[in-house]
Design a protein around this ligand. Structure first.
Ligand SMILES: Cc1cc2nc3c(=O)[nH]c(=O)nc-3n(C[C@H](O)[C@H](O)[C@H](O)COP(=O)(O)OP(=O)(O)OC[C@H]3O[C@@H](n4cnc5c(N)ncnc54)[C@H](O)[C@@H]3O)c2cc1C
Length: 365
């Protein structure tokens, strides 16, 4: 076996697909339902970096993410592998708006900083109904929004015979030294002897690292308390409200099995909401939505919240990492994409490191 991957979120499944296409023998071991953790909880926006340029600077985060939308677009159009043309797209664009009318900088910013998906100003007549009452600037941003559940399904369907459900309590590693795995025993009756082991288990990476003698301290969690709205007169709408350098709310939407519109609301409100109980968050979310979308009709809407942690490689001050995070120790690679949008970059870098680790092994043997 060339590679054993632990964790079937977007990162692990995309990597499995890439390795298989490159002729490697690889399997993916999943402890729960595929994508449990972050991928199915995500809003599915294929960011192009604008969020990270709101201070007017081309940050490292913006530089590393700006090539991603074009790669995703080609995959989603079936012009590049993995062919993701069967993935359900919620929208081909997001709106971007401000609540004040002081600055019209927004439309210029992305172009000035060389982003590939720069915002284009929207005239008052072209605004969607829900943004009609907003006093500030409105722009259209060609960032795609996908259904992450559909992404998981499509990637899993391409590789069904290489996916294995495991009980983490029944997985045992034999290691020569910390991070140097010689074999993996599953349920006492299957033994795998991989040349390289990859952990793409999101928040599960910490425990996996400890199982092979590595420190679990390599990971940080940044929690969110997200808001969900369902039904009423909610329109389908995807967008970010930005004031200053902050994203006040990010709204993505989809339709449930009964035909009702569902909104997922993240952004600053979900960061602040971590300190609040559900009731307080819902009260604040109602006020915030009325403030940023004066035209919104919230009658008959059902409300709920969910908590989820972003799992990332550790960076000083628990700040958001600038890009993908990979640690290589022995024949183990631990990886966090940081953003769904960055998965193609993570997979490209992992493939490079897998080839290097493989070469080293062949020389040693
Ligand atoms: C609320 C929210 C919204 C987001 N929105 C966006 C967005 O709009 N755009 C964007 O670019 N990014 C977004 N992100 C970030 C993005 O979701 C993540 O960076 C990405 O999904 C991480 O994927 P992953 O495959 O590394 O991890 P995960 O999706 O967490 O998958 C890990 C998998 O490993 C499995 N696992 C855990 N432990 C074990 C074990 N011991 N053995 C085997 N398997 C195990 C889990 O069950 C799971 O299936 C968002 C994140 C959150 C939380």
């Amino acid at each position: 076996m060339d590679v054993v991957i632990f964790g079937g979120g977007a990162a692990g499944l995309w990597l499995l697909d890439e390795l298989t296409r490159r002729g490697k023998s690889a399997v993916l071991l999943e402890a729960n339902a595929l994508g449990t953790g972050q991928t199915v909880a995500a809003q599915g926006i294929i960011h192009g970096g604008l969020k990270y340029t709101l201070q007017g600077l081309l940050t490292n985060s913006a530089t590393s993410i700006r090539e991603m939308p074009a790669i995703w677009r080609e995959c989603l159009d079936g012009q590049r592998e993995p062919n993701l043309s069967a993935v359900r797209r919620r929208s081909n664009e997001c709106f971007l708006w401000r609540t004040d009318s002081l600055s019209s900088r927004l439309g210029m910013l992305g172009a000035k900083l060389g982003l590939r998906v720069a915002p284009q100003s929207v005239s008052d007549d072209d605004r969607p109904e829900i943004l009609r009452g907003c006093p500030g600037t409105v722009a259209r941003l060609p960032e795609q929004v996908i259904s992450t559940v559909s992404l998981i399904e499509v990637l899993a369907n391409r590789n069904r015979e290489r996916l294995l459900k495991v009980d983490p309590a029944r997985v045992e590693f034999d290691c020569d030294t910390p991070g140097e795995v010689t074999s993996i025993r599953l349920d006492d009756d299957i033994t795998l002897q991989p040349r390289v082991v990859v952990f793409t288990a999101g928040a599960g990476n910490s425990a996996l690292r400890r199982s092979v003698g590595l420190t679990g301290e390599a990971m940080q969690r940044r929690p969110l308390h997200m808001v969900m709205l369902r039904g009423g007169r909610l329109p389908m709408f995807q967008g970010h409200c930005v004031d200053g350098a902050k994203t006040r709310v990010t709204i993505t939407s989809d339709v449930d099995s009964t035909g009702r519109t569902v909104w997922q609301v993240g952004g600053q409100i979900a960061e602040d909401g971590v300190a609040w109980d559900e009731r307080t968050l819902l009260t604040r979310a109602r006020e915030e939505l009325r403030a940023v979308l004066p035209n919104i009709d919230l009658s008959s809407v059902e409300w709920s919240t969910y908590r989820v942690d972003r799992a990332e490689g550790i960076v000083p001050g628990s700040k958001r990492p600038e890009s993908v995070q990979i640690r290589r120790e022995g024949n183990c690679l631990t990886a966090w994409p940081t953003k769904l949008a960055l998965v193609p970059q993570l997979v490209a870098e992992l493939c490079l490191q897998i080839s290097e680790a493989d070469c080293k092994l062949q020389i040693a043997n």
